[in-house]
Design a protein around this ligand. Structure first.
Ligand code: SAM
Length: 443
């Protein structure tokens, strides 16, 4: 790999002459691939005997030739591709089930989806991103993983403190950065690199941290991370932050001992590709010293009468009647988290589970609902195995056959929901979303 000379000099300054060749050799290796398992560990993963990422209970290294985004388990939301080093960040937030959490720069959602799976129903989680297109990708990921703790907003973080002053227990600032740690994966980051770019990023990161301070409750925690080695964007920035914010102190998380604190002089830790199996990353835990305020107890505020179209669908389709929408926006039904408080000034792209739409008094279930349910929640399920030819045909959007008379069917692979089908005398009309369908190579 052709690394900029100035970049190499700066790395040598951090690592010393002796370690530089190890770093350069690691940068010339292939990037490391990993996944975070989201749904029950399934036979495929066992048969592959994957090696665990040492700092994440659900993280596993993969050979990208064996599992890719086309795999039916990926369509089912069984796993999420996440860079192994990036998996170190969310455990350091120490999420508690009832926490109020903000992911300030969340798209495409690899850390957000990890936070969401650690929260309980009383928890509150906003995933914000400034970029509309990236926020859409985040929503696709939320649907695929069937997450219900999904409040997606699109704001310049600078607007958020007036809406949520000192509100959150935990804030993740996974900052946009110069991306030095991603050079092996993304050659474009190498050509875009310059010291000026590092400086621009550092200025933006300082503003982001100031916004986070205004959003954090007394006694709350900010985890700040980047995928770069540049000291200006990492330990130097945080050192300055600590000097100007005496209410904060550094926390030494128990995961820190797996990483390097020498090159940061103890201000956070760096993940170097020649020392661990992963790409480059930096992470630091900033704990506010104030006394924590009393937790907020949320209650359901919205009690819309259930639309008859939903009641009919639920009676015909669901065996578990506990699941109910609790919010209607025109003809769209949602199950929003009980903690969600409506804010007219908040540009909300998604709140909770988008359950489906009512058209001409008929309810049509959404893809998000399919992934939020379990197969035991429905009356009719067609569970396919990996070697069933109907599986690929379903994912390609084709009609398939099954011994089912009529009604909505939840199609699944090895027990993991994939999407909906609608039966009519043994023919299953395909309701797998067009945008997600596999390409049919036989056509
Ligand atoms: N946390 C994400 C994840 O784990 O998938 C990755 C976040 S990425 C490192 C940084 C994000 O910051 C990008 O999605 C980008 O759109 C967003 N961003 C860019 N400029 C920003 C700004 N000025 N304020 C806030 N976010 C910004």
């Amino acid at each position: 790999m052709n690394l900029p000379k100035l970049f190499i000099e700066r790395i040598e300054h951090q690592l010393g002459q002796h370690n530089l060749p190890l770093f350069v050799a690691a940068m010339n290796q292939k990037p490391i691939h990993a996944i975070r398992i989201h749904k029950a560990f399934s036979p495929l993963f066992q048969s592959l005997s994957l090696k665990q990422v040492p700092w994440h209970e659900s993280g596993f290294y993969i050979d990208d030739a064996v599992i890719n985004g086309q795999h039916p388990y990926h369509h089912a939301g069984a796993f999420y591709f996440q860079e192994a080093s990036a998996m170190a960040v969310v455990p350091m937030l120490d999420i508690q089930p009832n926490d109020l959490v903000l992911d300030i720069a969340a798209a495409p959602g690899s850390k957000y989806t990890d936070i969401a799976s650690r929260l309980g129903p009383q928890g509150f989680l906003i995933a914000n991103d400034i970029d509309a297109r990236r926020a859409q990708t985040l929503m696709f990921n939320i649907e695929r993983l069937g997450l219900s703790q999904a409040i997606v907003t699109q704001h310049d973080p600078h607007h958020l403190p007036t809406l949520f002053p000192h509100f959150f227990d935990k804030i993740l600032v996974d900052a946009p950065c110069s991306g030095e740690g991603m050079f092996r994966k993304d050659p474009a980051a190498v050509s875009a690199w310059s010291v000026e770019h590092v400086q621009t990023c550092a200025t933006r990161q300082a503003y982001l941290l100031e916004d986070a301070v205004k959003l954090l409750k007394p006694g709350g925690r900010i985890v700040y991370s980047t995928c770069t080695f540049a000291p200006e964007e990492n330990e130097l920035l945080i050192r300055k932050f600590l000097e100007t914010h005496p209410a904060f102190r550094l926390i030494n998380h128990h995961l820190h001992h797996q990483f390097d604190a020498k090159t940061t002089q103890g201000v956070g830790v760096k993940l170097w590709p020649h020392l661990i199996r992963g790409e480059g990353h930096y992470v630091v835990v900033l704990q506010h010293q104030g006394a924590p305020s009393k937790p907020i107890k949320f209650t359901h505020r919205m009690k819309n009468p259930m639309p008859p179209a939903w009641i009919r669908f639920a009676e015909e389709t669901l065996s578990n009647q506990d699941f109910q929408p609790n919010f209607a926006l025109d003809e769209r039904l949602f199950q929003i988290p009980i903690s969600y408080q409506y804010h007219s000034a908040l540009h909300t792209l998604r709140a909770g589970v988008y359950v489906g739409d009512i058209e001409k008094n008929i309810f049509y279930p959404s893809h998000h609902l399919a992934h939020n349910l379990r197969i035991q929640d429905v009356k009719q399920n067609l569970n396919l195995t990996l070697d069933d030819s109907r599986l690929n045909r379903y994912l390609q959007g084709e009609e398939i056959l099954a011994d089912i008379e009529k009604g909505w069917i939840l199609i699944s692979v090895d027990g993991l929901p994939l999407g909906w089908g609608k039966a009519s005398q043994g023919r299953i009309k395909n309701h797998y979303p067009k945008a997600l369908r596999l390409l049919n190579t036989r056509k």
